[in-house]
Write a protein that binds this ligand. Structure first.
Ligand code: SF4
Ligand code: SF4
Ligand code: FES
Length: 248
């Protein structure tokens, strides 16, 4: 660490001890390497918070900050561990000695298609994403997925033309691209997953009576009052309402 970096570290330590008032929990600090630069950060920080705590502004590679949008794919190594780990910067906590780099975008070539002219079967997969059939079933994509999805299994479903299973297994994909980054066959799993979801939604999903009823209610302006009330809330009240909502 250079003299400047040491001074910076000392300043940060002071800043942390300044915030440790009586009765406040003491922040413990860990040293991490953020894109090659050492930084001392609180040990309960996510990677994203650690990057910002170290004084850097994230201008690419951040979106929802809650594990939904997939914008913050990150790779890291830990001391004494040869493996490259993957995670979302907004939900992965730092660890002592972690060396990390954010991957703000994964280059890829998306297929262009007219959904109305496709069939929900293996022929479409073959035509639009022939690379799918290069899968060697190594399981690396599944290990890389921060969502814990069975990525290899959904690629196998795509290879069998089982669009319903492809949709089901990939439903919670956030599109971070970390699987694609690690795949030795250079498959772009998350784009195949999106194709599967579109095919399922367009051709295979069951009709929903409840959805039809709800759409009609919206068209009849039955929710206009609630909508207007939501629009009148300030950020704090809206946030409180959001986190208090029922979720599955
Ligand atoms: S990493 Fe690539 S080759 Fe390996 S199982 Fe996943 S899709 Fe197949
Ligand atoms: S399947 Fe791939 S793109 Fe989707 S969340 Fe998992 S690693 Fe990210
Ligand atoms: S910022 Fe959206 S998943 Fe991390």
């Amino acid at each position: 660490m250079s003299g400047d970096q040491q001074n910076e570290t000392d300043d940060k330590n002071k800043a942390v001890s300044d915030t440790n008032q009586p009765g406040q929990p003491q922040a413990r600090m860990v040293t991490v390497s953020i894109m090659g630069k050492p930084a001392l950060v609180p040990d309960d920080s996510t990677i994203m918070r650690a990057i910002e705590y170290s004084g850097q502004q994230i201008i690419r590679g951040a979106g929802c900050r809650e594990g939904f949008c997939g914008a913050c794919g990150t790779i890291y190594r830990l001391p004494g561990d040869y493996r490259i780990h993957t995670g979302l910067a907004c939900t992965t906590l730092v660890q002592e000695g972690m060396a990390l780099s954010q991957i703000p975008s994964v280059p890829l070539e998306k297929a262009v298609y007219d959904l109305e002219k496709l069939t929900p079967d293996v022929d479409t997969i073959k035509e639009l994403y022939p690379v799918t059939f290069r899968c060697v079933a190594c399981g690396t994509c599944t290990k890389a997925c921060p969502q814990g999805l069975q990525v290899m299994d959904y690629i196998q479903s795509a290879m069998r033309g089982d669009i319903a299973e492809l949709m089901e297994l990939s439903y919670e994909c956030v599109g971070c691209g970390l699987c694609a980054l690690r795949c030795p066959s250079e498959i772009i799993q998350h784009k195949i997953a999106i194709l599967g979801k579109r095919l399922y939604g367009r051709y295979l999903r069951k009709e929903s009576k409840e959805l039809d009823i709800r759409i009609q209610q919206v068209k009849n302006h039955e929710y206009d009052g609630e909508y207007a009330e939501l629009m009148s809330l300030d950020r704090g009240a809206l946030s409180e309402r959001y986190y208090a909502r029922d979720t599955e």
